[in-house]
Design a protein around this ligand. Sequence first.
Ligand SMILES: [Ca+2]
Ligand SMILES: [Ca+2]
Ligand SMILES: [Ca+2]
Length: 394
Amino acid sequence: MTRATLITTVMLSLAALFPAPAMSAVIMPDLETRLSATGPAELVPVIILMAEGPLRAQGETQQGLPRRERQRRYADAMQRFSRRSQDGAMTVIRAEVAAGRADRVRSLFLLNAISARLAPAAVRALAQRTDVRAIVLSRPIVSNPELPGVSNPGAGARTPASPPKGIAWGVQTIGAPTVWAGGNHGEDIVVDVIDTGVDYDHTDLSSRIWTNQAEQGGSAGVDDDGNGYVDDVRGWDFADHDNDPMDAGTTDAWAIMTGATPPHGTHVAGSVAGTGAGGEQVGVAPAARIMIGKVFPDSGSGGTLDDLLAAMDYGVANGADVITMSLGFSITDNGDTSQMLKGIMRAQCDMIRDAGVIMTVAAGNGDPSTGGHFAKPFDIACPGDVPAPWYPGG
Ligand SMILES: [Ca+2]
Ligand SMILES: [Ca+2]
Ligand SMILES: [Ca+2]
């Protein structure tokens, strides 16, 4: 059986989520507002959704294949489809790059979208294209999403916060020791931690970091595996655009000395696969390996939706079995664009599910202004709310 017949593809209609294309693309209201306040030489981060929706492989047509082989073929099919679909727009964008009106161009293959920073005139030019459906402003994301902007009166009464219980309490509560007793500690599983980066030299984690074998044994300065990322040995820093996804918090001397502010991504990685070699904490799956997707810059502020989408694509394309994200954003802060943003994340998460990759996302981080929690489901940020979350404790 050939690959072509093995992977039957259908178009995913996103008409219910995204505005239908007319003769030209839709510039979403938030982007229009931003463009009106942007100088002609300034570049604005955008996500360009192609008129052709994401290609969706039918999982049932691949039954019988090992899960990782299905994932590999799925990612390959999505990438080939997106390359073809985006070819015309990419040619125009590369010309804009040469003219100084664009940079940081990336194909987001799961969504069939392109992210870039564009000058207003370049946005207007792309909006004339019939192969582009919509252009949306890439917006900030936050780690440990606490929904500071939620003011929906439907959020209702808040319950008090519980005292911090630490990793050990969580590991016990989800029943990990029972799974360990069955001989499963996460052996041979790769978990993509998309966050502030990971301190890959940490005593509890240094033996658990995923390595890209082609790059580790390859040539410096060369993209040995042809995945679009040069020397991505441990993962990628999507926020600072380099191959070193070290958690920047570890360079904060005060944090290191006091231990008072553990870097967020390193903390998350410890919850996933910490070995306890340091003598204190063991993660849920101490035999798993951590792929690092860094989506918050070393400066500590920022983190954007387009970097997040690129990191999720990377996990699927490079063999992650699980993607975990302790981050998100409140769609209620985004006015007319809120359902559009939720639709983007829902489509992206649906594609990842179809690829056979498990998605886990933060939920229930509460309201920092009171230290308590909004009623469910209002304390669940996006994309923790797509698809409908499983909520521990009912
Ligand atoms: Ca590479
Ligand atoms: Ca290399
Ligand atoms: Ca870096």
